[in-house]
Ligand binder design. Structure first.
Ligand code: ATP
Ligand code: MG
Length: 180
């Protein structure tokens, strides 16, 4: 499984529809300060259902919608589509390619789609839950977060790694079983 492409439209600094194609392996996004590199990562968290404005570096959820610039009027909605290559069936769905879309209006209402069909947020969360890219996972290391990982106590750092690797839930289950 790998991320294949990301299309952002009206999301943060991306007013016009913009598609980033991602290949297997490492992708680097380079650009000057304030050019929108972190906004790309925010778009990935957001489309997977992130509900916290702070996690998206904003004050309120509406802040993800393109707010306008001196030469361009604000937009009324943000839309992001993340396409995932699922040819190894890592996601429990019968498609070799899975597209997840989130759309949000200024009213605050969000719409979600899996392969173009309307769905609920929980459907997306369940689809991603065992993939290692779901929300509340330490898979996305934000700017500045790296320091806290490097400076963490060894046992805390182990916790981060276990969570990213998907072992934490098994450890918790084991601890619960042993307590009984
Ligand atoms: P750095 O190298 O400093 O980390 P960066 O490339 O990660 O920079 P981002 O934080 O992704 O930059 O982008 C910040 C830019 O996005 C700012 O110019 C900000 O004005 C713009 N921006 C954020 N939200 C919106 C929005 N809702 N509408 C329009 N522009 C926005
Ligand atoms: Mg940044």
């Amino acid at each position: 499984m790998h991320l294949k492409s990301l299309t952002v439209k009206g999301f943060k600094s991306f007013a016009s529809s913009t598609t980033l194609r991602l290949e297997p392996g490492v992708t680097c996004v380079v650009g000057p300060n304030g050019s929108g590199k972190s906004n790309v990562v925010d778009a990935i968290s957001w489309v997977l259902g992130e509900q916290g404005a702070k996690a998206l570096r904003g004050g309120k959820m509406e802040d993800v919608i393109f707010a306008g610039t001196s030469g361009r009027a604000p937009l009324g909605r943000a839309e992001v589509t993340l396409t995932i290559d699922n040819s190894d069936n890592a996601l429990p769905i019968d498609y070799t390619e899975v597209s997840v879309t989130r759309r949000m209006y200024r009213s605050g209402e969000s719409e979600y789609e899996i392969n173009g069909d309307r769905c609920r947020l929980i459907d997306i969360q369940e689809l991603m839950s065992d993939s290692g890219i779901g929300r509340e996972m330490h898979v996305i290391v934000g700017q500045g977060q790296l320091d806290s990982v490097l400076q963490a106590r060894p046992e805390d750092r182990r916790g981060f790694i276990e969570e990213a690797a998907g072992v934490l839930k098994h450890r918790k289950r084991k601890e619960k079983a042993l307590r009984k």
